[in-house]
Design a protein around this ligand. Structure first.
Ligand code: NVA
Length: 310
């Protein structure tokens, strides 16, 4: 059975460290490994909009020696024109791995259940684990390496019910970090995710906290992160979300409560004046362009690791 990466806790703490160390090696030398030489194909499907994910996976597969096949979900119509299982059986006869951005997590789980090649979650409504791998790499880059990740205090402020919040909880706990997420009542993480992250943190020396108090979450944090208040699929709620989310904007005043050398993360796209001010995202603490670049290195490492795993 192949290994898949559908959610952050599909990698154990030791496995996550291996992937991140390999990602550091790719940061140093983009061609240090070429496991897709041949070239072998990787199918990259999108049911939702994309910029960073398409570019980083396509570039990454090419740099690994492979051939990226980007499939527009509007043409493939997975689950409409034919079933998830039938699409998977067609793809896995031809490609070395499948990368999919889609809606419900159950769709990618259905794919992984029948796929004979690794399946990678490139964002679902529930999780965005490739982004959090890149974020962990970015923290490692700015804090002296992968071994420095454990004990880092990460605060995520904003839509705490979305895919990024869930992935920070699981991925951060796996890395042994102290993860605090803050959002308005009604926009807090799923209980099952919090319970799972808490159990992981108990084994890694990390911790997990959920609060409606943004300042409390950010107090002393080494890393402060946010994300759009209106995720893909939530567009109809854009107006009603504005008022409850206003107190969760990451501005200089909120960031003043973090550690003096705190770094700021945002998965992008960013909406200046909404979840973050221009002063913060364009300011000296922001490492968002390193973070965007690190999608490339982290995903190359992930694909390499999955292709070699048994
Ligand atoms: N939470 C956002 C992340 C975008 C990369 C969304 O799902 O739209």
């Amino acid at each position: 059975m192949p290994r898949h990466f559908l959610r952050d806790d599909d990698l154990t703490p030791a496995e996550q460290r291996e992937v991140l160390e390999l990602a550091m090696a790719f940061r140093e030398d983009r061609y240090v490994r070429t496991p897709l030489a041949g070239p072998r194909g990787v199918a990259i499907l999108f049911d939702k909009p994309t910029l960073r994910t398409q570019v980083s996976f396509a570039t990454g597969v090419a740099e690994l020696g492979g051939f990226p096949l980007v499939v527009d979900g509007r043409l493939a119509q997975v689950g409409v024109r034919e079933s998830v299982a039938d699409v998977t059986r067609v793809l896995d006869r031809q490609v070395a791995a499948i990368v999919w951005r889609t809606f419900g997590q159950e769709r990618i789980e259905e794919m992984a259940a029948v796929s004979r090649v690794p399946v990678v979650n490139a964002l679902t409504d529930q999780f965005h684990p490739c982004q959090v791998l890149a974020d962990l790499l970015t923290v490692a880059q700015h804090r002296g390496g992968v071994s420095a990740l454990a004990t880092q205090r990460l605060a995520y402020v904003g839509d705490a019910a979305n895919n990024m919040a869930a992935s920070y909880l699981l991925g951060g706990a796996t890395a042994g970090m102290h993860v605090a997420v803050a959002g308005p009542a009604g926009y807090l993480p799923d209980d099952a995710v919090v319970e799972r992250a808490t159990a992981i943190a108990a084994s890694t020396g990390g911790s997990v906290a959920v609060t409606t108090d943004a300042a409390a979450a950010v107090a002393g944090a080494d890393v402060v992160a946010t994300d759009t208040w209106v995720s893909m699929g939530d567009e109809d709620e854009a107006d009603e979300r504005d008022a409850p989310f206003r107190p969760y904007q990451v501005d200089d005043a909120l960031l003043a409560g973090a550690a003096p050398d705190a770094v700021f993360l945002h998965c992008l796209p960013a909406y200046r004046g909404k979840e973050v001010t221009a002063e913060v995202i364009d300011g000296p603490r922001s490492v968002v362009w390193d973070e965007a670049e690190n999608r490339l290195h982290a995903q190359k490492a992930l694909l390499t690791w999955l292709l070699e795993a048994r």
